[in-house]
Design a protein around this ligand. Structure first.
Ligand SMILES: *Cc1c(COP(=O)(O)O)cnc(C)c1O
Length: 394
């Protein structure tokens, strides 16, 4: 049956993913099951998406109730769930206003458009350039792959969107050098996810914000991976206290529902006026009711605090592996953790899968972990012991 399904998939679906030979049919909490009934512990949560774990009853209940009431009417009308969700997010962040869309890339598209429009309005039509970081990841649409600081993601798609300058993450000297009168914004992830789980040095984000204030630039934080509790605070910017002018969210916001959001200060969001931007599906009653249930559960069950504490435990366990010669460095915050290896990571992901653990690899040599916030210390112990045994055998 498996072979059959996987062959059928290869026959009819675009080959945009190097999928593992694994067909998953069910999830509950931290566990996943394949079609043979084999159980796995999920240490990646659909790439930092299912923070509450799989099949959370609060989400299932909210979705079913809303689906029976009103699914979609377009943004030509007011609907209550999206207002409540925007109120929840603005009450707990620097932002005053929210634009809803369907994915991370779309949230970043909205941020890029807003920054350009703000630049045009405040400094003239030449002011449109955005400084982004090397090894960043902002998405796969034309604008967001142009913002992304990784050549491999742009390969074959030239000409990319003009107007992005890339500088090394953490390097203030180069950053200052590339700023011109045409620069409207600086865009970065407070912790780089796809780039290898990279936490900037203390003081870096503060310095970037100071530069933005001095030069009149907007600061855009892409919190698509780091946001909604993943680093142990609701938003990763809270660790440094450095507020952006614009922030993007997606991944964990809907625990698996397709939703993205672009948040901004009032005076910045004011550059969007009726007709400047839109999305047919953005913020439908169905997904916003689901996202609201996700956020209320996160708060009610105190899961962000749990993520922070479990993250500290997990990081120590990973640091314990550094005595092995193949392990080079442990990085990350909260439950967004990585261990850089002196070898290829993908064979280890496969070997761990055979042992019943779903983990992930970025940048070829860094194992990335982003389990649901309800992951237990026993599950962490089990996973790290299994990984240690595999790494010792290398
Ligand atoms: C995943 C991700 C994106 C892209 O989100 P999609 O929903 O896949 O479009 C953008 N930025 C960051 C930091 C991400 O982790």
């Amino acid at each position: 049956m498996t072979d059959n399904l996987q062959q059928r998939a290869d026959a009819v679906m675009a080959h945009t993913y190097a999928r593992y030979p694994l067909t998953l049919v069910k999830g509950e909490g931290t566990r996943l099951w394949d079609e043979t009934g084999r159980e796995y512990i999920d240490f990646i949560s659909g790439i930092a998406v299912c923070s509450l774990g799989h099949s959370h009853p609060a989400l299932a209940k909210a979705m079913a109730a809303q689906a029976a009431e009103l699914v979609h009417v377009s943004n030509l009308f007011y609907t209550e769930p999206q207002v409540k969700l925007a109120e929840w997010l603005t009450a707990r962040s620097f932002a005053d206003k929210v634009f809803f869309c369907n994915s991370g890339a779309e949230a970043n598209e909205a941020a890029i458009k807003l920054a350009r429009r703000y630049g045009h309005q405040h400094k003239g039509a030449d002011c449109h350039r955005i400084i982004a970081m090397e090894k960043s990841f902002h998405g796969r649409t034309m604008a967001t792959l142009s913002a992304t600081g990784q050549e491999k993601i742009r390969e074959g798609f030239a000409p990319v969107l003009e107007g992005f300058d890339h500088v090394p993450y953490g390097d203030l000297t180069t950053l200052k050098k590339v700023i011109t009168d045409q620069t409207c914004a600086i865009m970065l992830e407070p912790v780089q996810g796809e780039g290898g789980v990279r936490v900037p040095e203390a003081g870096y984000l503060e310095a970037v914000r100071r530069i933005c204030d001095e030069m009149g630039l907007l600061l855009i934080f892409d919190e698509i991976q780091t946001g909604i509790g993943r680093t142990g605070t609701l938003f990763a910017y809270e660790h440094s206290g450095v507020r952006p002018h614009i922030m993007t969210l997606a991944k964990a916001l809907g625990n698996g529902l397709p939703i993205g959001a672009m948040l901004a200060e009032d005076r910045v969001m004011a550059s969007f006026t009726p007709g400047s931007h839109a999305s047919t599906f953005g913020g439908t009653p169905l997904v916003t009711a689901g996202a609201l249930a996700v956020l209320e559960t996160l708060e009610k069950e105190n899961l962000v605090q749990r993520c922070f504490e479990t993250g500290q435990y997990f990081k120590k366990k990973l640091e314990g592996l550094l005595s092995l010669p193949v392990a080079k460095e442990v990085r990350g915050l909260g439950l967004l953790l990585g261990i850089e290896l002196a070898c290829e990571g993908t064979p280890l992901v496969k070997a761990m899968m055979e042992k019943g653990f779903i983990i992930n690899c970025v940048q070829g040599n860094t194992l990335r972990f982003a389990p649901p916030f309800i992951i237990t210390r026993e599950e962490i112990d089990e996973m790290t012991e299994t990984l240690a045994a595999l790494l010792s055998g290398l």
